[in-house]
Design a protein around this ligand. Structure first.
Ligand SMILES: [Zn+2]
Length: 348
């Protein structure tokens, strides 16, 4: 008997392009939400774009937070309850979006994502993580109801944030390979559609590596569209599998061992070089990954990440313990193998 079913949750309105911030009101109106919005932001995005949002929503309640923490999520939840907010608008880089996503999950309300940096795929997906002590708390929440990504703003973000977003997409390569491996070895459910979309997104981005340059609004356009595709792949899969494999485990482990040292995307990019080596050996595709990253100006070495060699090796040998997600790391990589992989790929 056929008994499969699937529930795909996608953003309803996705606006990407020059000046689309001024269509935020229209994009929200079309969602037929009830209740008043609460703007969740941080000081610099508020300065850059706050007024343009107020022009469209009038005297909107807002809360500005300077770091992502559990306390920040609680403050948003409390404030939203106090004013009886119907939905949240998250304006900023990763932090306000992560906070609003987690708060909206607690509040059981929707949120709209207005990214000011194209630094990781969390701007479109339902995944978020917030540091808590020496670990990170992650949620698999619903994706945003709408995404309004103004390339004019995104192009003004520091360049390393854009290269971090690129690297996060390039890591789909190894994430999909890990997913396929887990499917073959552990019978983990695999979606051909989601896998193909995530992989194609990474390939298209690598092909456009030459046109991704600082100061070009088109770069922000290419990267943001790729982040949207990655988010859609995760929505189709109903998991982060299409965009998160061993390279993400490695990055999560770096977050514990060397918190705040490098950007998420940069860490997963370096992780992908090494896990691609584990997948396909010395003659494998790791060179393509490394070359694409370096063409865009993203880090490809421990030194460029600003993380010492011993920490990189410790992260690589312990990454498999971080969560129950089967990847090429299997039951763990020995220290000798880790050093060899990192050395051959030039990470060390
Ligand atoms: Zn990521």
């Amino acid at each position: 008997m056929f008994d499969k079913s699937t529930w795909i949750k996608l953003p309803r309105n996705v606006l990407v392009g020059h000046g689309v911030l001024d269509q935020l009101g229209e994009a929200v109106e079309e969602l037929y939400l009830s209740g008043r919005p609460l703007l969740v932001t941080s000081p610099s995005p508020e300065r850059i774009a706050g007024d343009r949002i107020r022009d469209q929503f009038g005297d909107i309640d807002s809360i500005s937070l300077d770091r992502a923490s559990f306390e920040a999520v609680e403050r948003v939840v409390e404030y939203a309850n106090e004013i009886d907010a119907g939905y949240l608008i998250a304006l900023g880089g990763g932090k306000p979006i992560d906070i609003a996503k987690m708060a909206s999950d607690h509040l059981n309300c929707g949120f709209v994502s207005v990214p000011t940096a194209a630094s990781h795929d969390g701007i479109v997906s339902g995944r978020s993580s917030i540091p808590e002590g020496d670990t990170r708390h992650s949620v698999a929440a619903d994706p945003p109801l709408a995404v309004v990504a103004d390339t004019e703003l995104l192009a003004e973000a520091p360049w390393e944030l854009t290269t971090a977003g690129c690297a996060d997409i390039i890591s789909n390569y190894t994430a999909v390979k890990d997913w396929q491996l887990a499917h073959r070895l552990q019978n983990v459910e695999y979606s051909e559609y989601a896998g193909a979309l995530a992989q194609m997104t990474a390939e298209l981005l690598v092909e456009s590596a030459d046109s991704i340059k600082p100061g070009l609004e088109e770069s922000a356009w290419i990267v943001t569209k790729a982040l949207v595709s990655s988010g859609v792949a995760m929505s189709i899969a109903g998991s982060s599998r299409p965009a998160s494999g061993a390279e993400h485990l490695f990055s999560h482990q770096l977050d514990r061992l060397a918190p705040g040292r490098a950007l998420h995307g940069h860490q997963v990019g370096v992780g992908a070089i090494m896990t691609e080596y584990f997948h396909s050996g010395e003659r494998g595709d790791w060179r393509n990954i490394r070359d694409a990253l370096s063409t865009m100006g993203a880090p490809t070495t421990a030194e460029e990440l600003g993380i010492d060699e011993a920490t990189v090796i410790e992260a690589l040998t312990t990454a498999h313990t971080i969560r129950d997600r089967y990847t090429i790391l299997g039951n763990g990589v020995s220290e000798e193998a880790a050093i060899e992989a990192a050395t051959i790929t030039g990470v060390l």
